[in-house]
Design a protein around this ligand. Structure first.
Ligand code: SF4
Length: 380
């Protein structure tokens, strides 16, 4: 199967034990009754989608994201996976990831997840400093990260990601270094490192003066490069702006977004890419719980023009460390990218932010520092 033929399914679990101060994701604490009804609606959506998308597959990746999928009873995850297998052709060797908070991992849940077929865990650790964790409003401690990780290993998980955040309020290079060292001591197969972004409407944005100051832009960049160099020196390969993996352990599901492979997004607010059409589900919980037909919940259905798809090829593909292949662009669109994006490419090659090598265009180190601006230049 070529990588283009691989298919993915994303399942959104929009529940969290408590809202973190910086978070603007579609997630919130909810009573048990809502959680139960949500899984009924999710199963309904899986069945209806399978009828609509007959023949979708084989599916090589499934990703339970959130929110905190680790929060809900393991039986809910088992139910969804059983339903997916009944309705879609899920490959036997599919990568099946579940995101969890380190404070929610116990032996019982871990073994139920394994039995259901979860074979990759993503732990939202964010920091190994209890003071920083408290400041962020996280529900776990550094001790629970280590404990949860050890339990996951004992349960047989051999593919674990740890998320780390940098540029936290009051953080300096020294405290970041301690976090990276604590993370490396666990030796996870995969690491994602994200800088904290101040999002409008979050508790942090609205109460900023109550927090220690956020690092300035130069310090944030210094932190990014410090993490990159340290992870590379310890056997991780950087394969995307924020993602690092040991050999053979890159996340196949996330790679499918950057490579514009088709995926179905199921659940509240989930997005899909299918037949060059992007669409997003409603983010209104009561609408989602009571829907009876797929059009009731489908929102923002956008049929991508050829120009949109070409722009996405660069906008998403340049996030990968290896960049984009000019030959793949030609195969996909029958045109030469240098003819279509000649001016933008030339400009950024001249200012040293993009480079071509062996038929691929990629962001240079300088380009990585201003990637948001460069990627936007490809949009129509
Ligand atoms: S656990 Fe994740 S999704 Fe939930 S509130 Fe915190 S950052 Fe947001």
């Amino acid at each position: 199967m070529t990588s283009k033929e691989q298919r993915g399914i994303y399942i959104h679990i929009p529940f969290c034990a408590k809202k973190c101060v910086y978070c603007d994701f579609l997630s919130a604490p909810q009573p048990d009754a809502v959680i139960q009804s949500y899984f009924d609606a999710l199963v309904r959506e899986i069945r209806l989608t399978a009828c609509e998308e007959e023949g979708y597959g084989p599916v090589s990746t499934v990703f339970f994201g959130g929110g905190t999928p680790g929060l809900v009873p393991a039986a809910c995850i088992t139910r969804v996976l059983a339903e997916l297998r009944a309705c879609f052709d899920i490959r036997k060797d599919a990568e099946i990831t579940l995101e969890t908070n380190p404070g929610l991992m116990d032996e019982e849940k871990l073994s139920a997840w394994r039995a259901a077929g979860i074979n990759r865990l993503s732990m939202g650790a964010q920091s190994f400093d209890d003071r920083e964790l408290k400041l962020l409003g996280r529900i776990h401690t550094a001790g629970q990260i280590r404990e949860g990780f050890a339990l996951a290993r004992t349960a047989g998980f051999t593919n674990i990601n740890i998320d780390l955040m940098e540029a936290l309020p009051g953080q300096d290079l020294c405290s970041l270094q301690k976090n990276i060292e604590a993370l490396l001591a666990l030796s996870p197969e995969h690491v994602s490192v994200y800088s904290l972004i101040l999002e409008d409407g979050t508790y942090l944005a609205e109460h900023l003066p109550e927090f220690p100051p956020l690092p300035d832009e130069d310090t944030e960049r210094a932190m990014y490069w410090h993490s990159v160099r340290f992870l590379l020196a310890h056997g991780y390969r950087q394969y995307e702006i924020s993602n690092f993996a040991k050999p053979g352990k890159a996340c196949l599901h996330n790679a499918s977004y950057w490579e514009r492979r088709e995926y179905l997004g199921l659940g509240l607010g989930a997005s899909s890419l299918r037949r060059e059409t992007r669409c997003t589900n409603t983010s209104d919980m009561s609408e989602y719980l009571s829907f009876t037909a797929l059009p009731d919940i489908r929102r923002n259905v956008t049929h991508l023009t050829r120009q949109d798809a070409q722009a996405e090829f660069f906008y998403l593909g340049l996030r990968k460390k290896e960049g984009v292949s000019l030959e793949e662009f030609r195969d996909a669109f029958g045109s030469d990218a240098r003819v279509i994006y000649g001016k933008v490419l030339e400009e950024h090659e001249k200012d040293g932010t993009l480079k071509e090598r062996d038929g691929r265009i990629f962001l240079t180190e300088r380009g990585l520092d201003v990637s948001n601006y460069i990627l936007c230049d490809f949009l129509p």
